[in-house]
Design a protein around this ligand. Structure first.
Ligand code: DGL
Length: 258
């Protein structure tokens, strides 16, 4: 079974990583729109166009379902894409409900891209689940670029410290990672945040939804292949494949941080 994954860049690898754990037998196709990343500062119209191009490409390659492994593209384009295509299209949504359900006795801090933060989808979600007005939203436009450059050091740390400086972090019980790129910074965030804060993301929930939407075999043997595409061109350069493998290794480390 061919399963398509799409993100503006390499952030969706955090969702692919989760799929690799949960779906033993699949041909994964991963489309990173490296020519246009980041999406978080683009217009809604541009994001709809890029998303449409990526989904059409993955469908032409034989994907039976596509995971839009990008909160920003989901927010801007998923409704239109579902009307247009007749195979399952699974989206991402910041896991605000999960954070409230699990750690609702404290405030919830949600970090995402600017497009996701101001989008209608987020507005609807907050209206639906944030009955006690305990969710704060914070856009972090620059973090995606740090991730694309594999920069997890002092620059990213300083950026996050500055952005969080105005907040009383001790008031929060959870931090929602509302952008798939942000999973790559769990160690940095762990250092900056008070120890009691729990990280919450929607990756597992998204893959569960994908499994429900399809008849996926429960096989025990692992038979997985992954083909990567950058904006529609297959990635064959050893250096680029190495960079992608590096992200998956880092995600394996980040998965151990709660
Ligand atoms: N990974 C995308 C998300 O989940 C990042 C979007 C961007 O490129 O700004 O929102």
């Amino acid at each position: 079974m061919k399963l398509g994954f799409f993100d503006s860049g390499i952030g969706g690898l955090s969702v692919l990583y989760c799929a690799m754990k949960m779906i033993p037998q699949a041909e994964f196709l991963y489309y990173a729109d490296e020519e246009n990343v980041p999406y978080g500062t683009k217009s809604k119209e541009e994001i709809i166009e890029y998303t449409d191009r990526a989904i059409r490409f993955l469908a032409d390659k034989g994907a039976q379902a596509v995971v839009v492994a990008c909160n920003t593209a989901t927010s801007a384009a998923i409704k239109i894409m579902r009307e247009k295509y007749d195979f399952p299209i699974i989206g991402m949504e910041p896991a605000v409900k999960k954070a409230i359900d699990l750690y609702g006795e404290h405030k919830v801090l949600t970090i995402a891209t600017p497009i996701t933060v101001v989008g209608q989808k987020m507005k609807g979600l907050i209206e639906r689940v944030d009955k006690q007005h305990q969710v704060d939203l914070m856009p972090l436009p620059k973090l995606v670029t740090f991730a694309e450059r594999c920069e997890y050091g002092e620059g990213a740390r300083e950026y996050l410290r500055t952005e969080f400086a105005s907040l009383d972090l001790s008031a929060y019980g959870s931090l929602v990672l509302g952008c798939t790129h942000f999973n790559l910074f769990k160690d940095v965030l762990r250092d900056i945040m008070p120890p009691g804060i729990h990280f919450v993301d929607g990756n597992e929930g998204t893959i569960k939804q994908l499994i429900r939407a399809l008849t996926i075999k429960e096989g025990k043997e692992r038979e997985q292949t992954t083909t990567y595409y950058f904006s529609g061109k297959e990635v064959t350069s050893p250096a680029e494949l190495q960079r992608l493998a590096g992200y998956l290794e880092r995600l394996a480390e980040m998965a151990t941080i709660e």
